[in-house]
Design a protein around this ligand. Structure first.
Ligand SMILES: *[C@@H]1O[C@H](CO)[C@@H](O)[C@H](O)[C@H]1NC(C)=O
Ligand SMILES: *[C@@H]1O[C@H](CO)[C@@H](O)[C@H](O)[C@H]1NC(C)=O
Ligand SMILES: *[C@@H]1O[C@H](CO)[C@@H](O)[C@H](O)[C@H]1NC(C)=O
Ligand SMILES: *[C@@H]1O[C@H](CO)[C@@H](O)[C@H](O)[C@H]1NC(C)=O
Ligand SMILES: *[C@@H]1O[C@H](CO)[C@@H](O)[C@H](O)[C@H]1NC(C)=O
Ligand SMILES: *[C@@H]1O[C@H](CO)[C@@H](O)[C@H](O)[C@H]1NC(C)=O
Ligand SMILES: *[C@@H]1O[C@H](CO)[C@@H](O)[C@H](O)[C@H]1NC(C)=O
Ligand SMILES: *[C@@H]1O[C@H](CO)[C@@H](O)[C@H](O)[C@H]1NC(C)=O
Ligand SMILES: *[C@@H]1O[C@H](CO)[C@@H](O)[C@H](O)[C@H]1NC(C)=O
Ligand SMILES: *[C@@H]1O[C@H](CO)[C@@H](O)[C@H](O)[C@H]1NC(C)=O
Ligand SMILES: *[C@@H]1O[C@H](CO)[C@@H](O)[C@H](O)[C@H]1NC(C)=O
Ligand SMILES: *[C@@H]1O[C@H](CO)[C@@H](O)[C@H](O)[C@H]1NC(C)=O
Length: 423
């Protein structure tokens, strides 16, 4: 009934345009599937449904758990997917760490993906009942005694790659083993309603952060991306705005534990310019959670660039990359017991004797910040002498610090800091 109504309304609203004229084999087709049941593999039927209805059609995955045993790409064009259930990726760590079994479409740090959505003009709606089950606990346990390195093959849970005008809605990702989301080489993507939750439940590791790198999202080489109504529990960056992220909007984002919202790291590749421009974020909450599940709540919003000496090569090493991050607004931010409300640091991956970063941070605007900091270091702009941060403004920036302490506001190589008095 609702579908019929919206077709009628859509038909009326576009009565003068010839919207039904697109020649598309699956136009109007619907593919509906349900989980096959315990012990059975659902990957084939999911891929078949997308192959049949992913261009011009409608795919419905009913409630329940779909067992996904190998890498999967959804190519969606003029299509809708209703994902009522969960795509559960088998926790076969050895299998996924074999680079043959994942995609390497995310260029930065050669990160791996087990599930890629690509295409144009699509909606994937998980109706607040479905999404991805990452089965992260065995991964986090496994890596408590193995070295973690960027590009080591731990897969991103949901990668949106080379997508245009796509919407991901009311989607949950449970127990991401690594980054929860990444949007790369895409334009005009909207995420409206996204939950990620990496919460350790192994009592042997209570009180330690065994979920590093479980970032809510990394944005890379993408333009016009909206992150609306996010709720992220993780042990790392809640949002990480990486190179060539432009016209980014984040609104109503709750970050539970971890490192807070990051811009960076920027300048990892000496041969690539990292441009970050026109980022508007509002209604952000960073909140410390039960320390036995996640002990960290390190930052509110922080900025980080590599220095100007290249040490080693990506994915793990790097540095000396040029670029700038400018025109960034961070508005209506509430902090609950974070260690450091905001910092700019330019020595990522640095060694003594390295050259100072040339990466530029410019036009950063903090408006209406409140809440609590666990330290008195409320602002630390540790900018590079070879770049200088310029035009950093603070309006209604009112945070509580521990009783009896005086706030420390560090403005190193920062030109045009307004609204606060540097210490
Ligand atoms: C998923 O499918 C694999 C391969 O058929 C099977 O071995 C495994 O038991 C299934 N997992 C679940 C949870 O059903
Ligand atoms: C990956 O696939 C290639 C080509 O089939 C094969 O030569 C190689 O041994 C595989 N690597 C692993 C680790 O399985
Ligand atoms: C690593 O930890 C797992 C349990 O998480 C344990 O089974 C394994 O023996 C450990 N390996 C080493 C080398 O300590
Ligand atoms: C940005 O993305 C939104 C949502 O897809 C779209 O409506 C809008 O037209 C895009 N703007 C530009 C300038 O592309
Ligand atoms: C995250 O998951 C844990 C258990 O897995 C649960 O206790 C917690 O409430 C969840 N957090 C949110 C915000 O849903
Ligand atoms: C903010 O997002 C949460 C989901 O994370 C949602 O429940 C809530 O309704 C949103 N608030 C507003 C004002 O839209
Ligand atoms: C930049 O360097 C990386 C290796 O670190 C290489 O993979 C990439 O192709 C280079 N890009 C350009 C544009 O030279
Ligand atoms: C960012 O875009 C510029 C062109 O605008 C390009 O030169 C540069 O290589 C891109 N950087 C990355 C990380 O892709
Ligand atoms: C700065 O970014 C905002 C979006 O946050 C945009 O509306 C505005 O046009 C940008 N300003 C400039 C000078 O580009
Ligand atoms: C914190 O989490 C631990 C482990 O799940 C639980 O035992 C404890 O009761 C929780 N503490 C609070 C204050 O909720
Ligand atoms: C400041 O931020 C708080 C928390 O988001 C919000 O409730 C309040 O309305 C904001 N004040 C103004 C003037 O926008
Ligand atoms: C940084 O600012 C100082 C003080 O205004 C100035 O002397 C210096 O030339 C600037 N450096 C750069 C790289 O712009």
């Amino acid at each position: 009934m609702r579908a019929l109504l919206s077709i009628l309304l859509f038909g009326l609203a576009t009565a003068t345009s010839c919207w039904a004229g697109t020649a598309n084999p699956a136009q109007g087709l619907t593919c509906t599937i349900s989980p096959r049941g315990a012990g059975l593999d659902d990957t084939d039927q999911v891929l078949d449904a997308i192959a049949k209805c992913g261009h011009g059609g409608h795919t419905v995955l009913q409630e329940g758990v779909f067992n996904i045993t190998r890498k999967m790409t959804w190519d969606l064009v003029d299509a809708t997917v209703d994902l009522h259930g969960f795509l559960s990726f088998v926790p076969d760590i050895e299998f996924w760490l074999n680079a043959n079994n994942t995609y390497r479409v995310v260029f930065i740090q050669s990160q791996a993906s087990w599930f890629v959505i690509t295409g144009s003009d699509f909606v994937v709606d998980a109706h607040n009942t479905g999404g991805i089950q990452g089965n992260g606990q065995p991964w986090w346990d496994f890596f408590t005694n193995q070295t973690r390195e960027d590009g080591d093959g731990r897969p991103i849970s949901l990668t949106v790659y080379r997508a245009t005008r796509g919407t991901i809605r009311n989607f949950a990702i449970e127990a991401q083993p690594f980054w929860c989301n990444c949007v790369a080489e895409s334009q005009s993507v909207v995420y409206d309603g996204m939950k990620c939750n990496a919460s350790n439940a192994n009592p042997a590791f209570a009180g330690t952060n065994i979920v590093p790198n479980t970032d809510g999202i990394d944005t890379y080489r993408s333009d016009n991306v909206s992150l609306l109504n996010w709720d992220i529990t993780c042990g790392d960056d809640c949002l990480a705005i990486k190179g060539n992220s432009t016209n980014i909007l984040a609104r109503n984002v709750t970050c539970r534990g971890g490192n807070g919202i990051a811009f960076g790291s920027l300048g990892q590749y000496f041969n690539l310019t990292d441009i970050v421009e026109n980022v508007f974020m509002e209604d952000l909450t960073m909140t410390r959670i039960n320390a036995s599940i996640q002990p960290n709540m390190n930052n509110g919003v922080y900025f980080k660039s590599w220095d100007d000496t290249s040490n080693g090569v990506p994915p793990t090493g790097g540095g000396a990359g040029p670029g700038h991050a400018k025109n960034i607004t961070l508005k209506n931010v509430v902090l609950n017991q974070v260690n450091r409300p905001t910092t700019i640091s330019q020595t990522n991956g640095g060694h003594t004797g390295d050259l100072p970063s040339k990466y530029i941070f410019e036009d950063v605007h903090y408006e209406n910040w409140s809440g609590t900091s666990l330290t008195n270091e409320i602002i630390a702009l540790e900018c590079s002498a070879a770049a200088n941060c310029t035009n950093i403004s603070f309006t209604n920036f009112n945070l509580s610090i521990p009783a009896g302490e005086t706030p420390e506001i560090l403005c190193q190589n920062a030109i045009g800091v307004t609204g606060v008095t540097c210490s």
